[in-house]
Design a protein around this ligand. Structure first.
Ligand code: FDA
Length: 309
């Protein structure tokens, strides 16, 4: 039996993929409360937020929002946007890499076309000395995303990595295999709705698996992004690395724009590498709904902002 929080979470995650609700939300615009989590609709607004974060000693990863496209022609437009973004990062000297969603580049429609688009982005990034993170989406895309990363590495493009989600049962084994092969990974708890047959249903089990995979990665010293706002996990990482004498140069903490900003600043002041994930763009709706689902109290922003209008 689901707890009220799990029930609320599954409803919101189902709404994240609902096109009719999305169209309605987009009419309200970022004023709906999404501006707390999204840096703006334009690249210029996002780069201004990056500048402010960099000034506080926080690195960034920029995400041009978009996912689950319906026509392949949209993928080429997103690919061009990412290349433009890489040029702007270079021109402004921003401390930023990029994060993209494989379904934004067409993974659900034509995996080979998605591969070709992602390769073009990663090739550009390589020529600028930059790095591309492929976010991990829901489970139908796990294998395909890992395969794209591996294929790009065999083609000499090692400036690309992906994300492993602690809620999936398979992740512990994935971590062992991918660590042996030396891939740069971001580790997260996992943000999508997944069946109990493939994902730990209890948050306490997710946390335990998260710690197991973090420990394995940190001991390996292969570069790892520990992406969480969970202070208990962050404190645990801090004591683990101290006890195991693991160098700070082998990992970074990552958090999302608009969440736990004082904690991000404090970690940066303490000398840890901190990277803030900065999303921007018009297609903010599914990203926003996943953030609402992570914390029921966030619904109050939405309600307050709807009443204010
Ligand atoms: P948890 O959910 O336990 O939250 C700990 C505390 O943080 C909460 O008590 C609350 O105070 C605060 N908090 C967390 N979420 C909040 C929110 N939305 N609003 C306000 N406060 C909040 N997932 C995925 O499936 N694929 C991916 O590629 C990524 N990429 C990614 C990048 C980065 C940089 C981060 C930080 C996260 C992701 N995620 C992700 C999302 C991740 O899977 C997870 O859903 C969220 O990080 C929330 O989990 P926490 O680890 O923060 O813990």
């Amino acid at each position: 039996m689901d707890t009220p929080t799990q029930f609320f979470r599954s409803i919101l995650l189902a709404l994240a993929g609902n096109r009719a609700v999305e169209a309605l939300a987009l009419k309200y615009g970022l004023k709906l409360g999404a501006s707390q989590f999204v840096a703006g609709e334009s690249l210029e607004e996002a780069l201004e937020q990056v500048r402010l974060l960099n000034a506080k000693g926080i690195l960034t990863t920029l995400d041009h929002l978009g996912e689950g496209i319906r026509q392949l022609s949209e993928a080429a437009v997103y690919k061009d946007e990412y290349i433009k973004l890489l040029h702007h990062i270079r021109a402004t000297g921003a401390y930023a890499n990029v994060s993209l969603k494989p379904t934004q580049l067409g993974l659900a429609l034509d995996p080979e076309a998605a591969y070709t688009h992602i390769r073009e982005i990663v090739t550009h990034a390589k020529s600028f000395g930059n790095f591309v993170r492929m976010d991990m989406e829901n489970s139908p895309y796990t294998d395909a995303t890992i395969q794209i990363m591996k294929r790009l590495h065999t083609e000499g493009l090692s400036n690309v990595g992906t994300v492993i989600q602690a809620y999936l049962y398979r992740s512990e084994e994935d971590i062992h295999l991918l660590t042996e092969e030396g891939f740069n990974l971001r580790l997260v708890k996992g943000a999508y709705k997944e069946a109990k047959s493939i994902a730990y249903p209890k948050l306490s089990e997710v946390d335990e698996n998260f710690k197991r995979i973090i420990a394995h990665r940190l001991r390996s010293t292969i570069y790892t992004g520990v992406a969480t706002h969970d202070e208990k996990i962050i404190e645990w990482v801090k004591s683990f690395v101290k006890q195991e004498r693991i160098s700070r140069s082998t990992y970074e903490f990552q958090m999302l724009y608009g969440i736990r900003m004082p904690l991000q600043e404090r970690l940066a002041r303490e000398g840890y590498t901190v990277r803030c994930y900065v999303p921007y763009g018009r297609m903010w709706y599914p990203y926003f709904v996943r953030r609402l689902a992570e914390r029921p109290a966030n619904m109050w922003f939405l309600v307050k902002n709807m009443i204010k209008r």
